[in-house]
Ligand binder design. Structure first.
Ligand SMILES: [Ca+2]
Ligand SMILES: [Ca+2]
Length: 363
């Protein structure tokens, strides 16, 4: 299967259809184990255990426009012993691979829509005992939460390339998927409103993974014809903390420190807050929870008030950096939630902190 002459073509049905130059591998971000394996081909996973890879087209598209995508996919040569499958994804970021194994590189990507071609049957996920297709949401591969399917398909790990056709009608808000010309699944849903919280611009990509069992899984393309929309801001995902923040988790910025008993930010705090302000400017639809904590020196009441002042000090600083106060929710929890012992000086310093969480409010 060295010469997978696979095709991806994007046929927009809009009157202002715009032909783009043939894509190069450089039009995609490759993540994880994804490697170029031909002039226009990308192997997403090699046939070994616990591999994962993804490709993301670098420019965003709009779900307010109808489009049709045709590509060909290769799910490998091993049927009984082959795993795990591939997911065609729409996601606000163009640079991520989700969890491996049963996650197929999609698990954990949130918010997202994923069209999975699943070749390994995980009983606890509700996988039918056959290769199948389903439309998943928000990084969950559990069929109890999927939007459509799972629908059984004929064995696709047959060492052959298969046509995958994906159509989106912006008018009827219907997603239709065909494999080798046969309609295998559809979904009618307002994806912009119910999945992407009002954002119509998304990136598209293909993820894949292996687990205890494996297959070589690949996609290829020859040309793209579609209209691009303005590029979304791409985060410089340099640190684990930024990744956690973008997943909606609470983080503590180590350098946001206060003097004992005070709510003055130390100079070192400002650098991290400047970075945070930059992220918030890049993601104007995201709001910030700010939660202040103290050590146990002083009374509980004083500490509660102090923790509120500390969270407000952070909000005030970000406001000076141009972030609207409407986007920030500063609160204080006092001394109740230490993360270190209050018996040592360094422990108390670690407890005087502010936790942050970025959230996307649902309109
Ligand atoms: Ca599976
Ligand atoms: Ca199979």
């Amino acid at each position: 299967m060295k010469h997978l002459a696979l095709l991806v073509s994007f046929l927009f049905t809009l009157p202002f259809l715009q032909a783009q130059a043939p894509p190069a591998i450089t039009d995609f971000r490759l993540d994880g184990d994804a490697r170029q394996s031909g002039a226009d081909c990308i192997t997403l996973t090699p046939d070994y255990q616990w591999a994962s890879g993804s490709i993301w087209y670098k420019k965003a598209i709009s779900l307010n426009a109808s489009f049709e995508m045709e590509l060909r996919v290769m799910l490998g040569c091993k049927d009984q012993e082959g795993a795990d499958g591939m997911v065609f994804v729409f996601h606000p970021y163009a640079e991520r691979t989700g969890y491996r194994g049963e996650g197929m590189g999609f698990a954990g990507l949130d918010p997202a829509i994923g069209i999975e071609i699943d070749t390994w049957q995980n009983e606890h996920l509700g996988d039918p005992w056959q290769d199948h297709i389903a439309i998943l949401r928000d990084g969950s591969v559990f069929h109890g939460f999927n939007l459509a399917g799972p629908n059984r398909i004929a064995n696709i790990e047959d060492c052959r390339e298969h046509d995958l056709n994906i159509q989106w009608s912006a008018d009827s808000k219907t997603l239709s998927v065909r494999i080798d010309g046969k309609l295998v699944i559809t979904l009618q849903r307002d994806l912009v409103k119910t999945i992407f919280r009002g954002r119509d611009k998304v990136y598209w990509g293909v993820t894949s993974a292996t687990g205890n069992y494996n297959n070589r899984q690949a996609v290829c393309f020859e040309k793209l014809d579609f209209e691009l929309v303005e590029e979304l801001p791409v985060l410089e995902l340099q640190g684990q903390k930024v990744r956690e923040l973008m997943r909606g988790e609470f983080i503590t910025l180590d350098h946001i420190q206060f003097e004992s008993g005070g709510s003055n930010l130390t100079p070192a705090s400002r650098q991290e807050l400047d970075e945070l302000a930059k992220i918030m400017h890049e993601h104007p639809n995201m709001d910030l929870d700010i939660i202040g904590h103290t050590d146990n020196e002083g009374s509980a009441t004083t500490n509660l008030s102090l923790s509120e002042k500390r969270s407000r000090a952070v909000a005030e600083y970000l406001k000076r950096k141009g972030i609207s106060p409407k986007r920030m929710n500063p609160r204080g929890l006092g001394e109740k939630y230490p993360r270190s012992s209050n018996d040592t000086r360094s422990g108390r310093m670690r407890n005087r902190r502010v936790q942050l969480r970025l959230i996307e409010p649902i309109a």
